[in-house]
Design a protein around this ligand. Structure first.
Ligand code: 9UX
Length: 69
């Protein structure tokens, strides 16, 4: 299992945090996601054989937030 921290910009309340958490945890291969509003980032534990960091960023962006590299 790998771990990565990705930037997540545009979250403004706890609902946003729940949305981003759900989107990340909904990806096959994502084991856990801890999203911080204050830090504007998500720490994700994942199986690199099943999911890529790029696909995590794409999923976050698809939910309406920014996930810069
Ligand atoms: Mo809060 Mo975020 O009312 O998508 S849920 S701003």
């Amino acid at each position: 299992m790998d771990e990565v921290t990705i930037k997540v910009q545009g979250m403004t309340c706890g609902g946003c945090v729940r949305s981003v958490t759900g989107v990340l945890k909904g990806l096959t291969g994502v084991e856990d996601a801890q999203v911080s509003l204050e830090a504007a980032e998500a720490r994700v534990r994942f199986d690199p054989g099943k999911v890529t960091v790029d696909s995590m960023r794409a999923a976050v962006e698809g939910a309406g937030f920014d996930a810069p590299a």
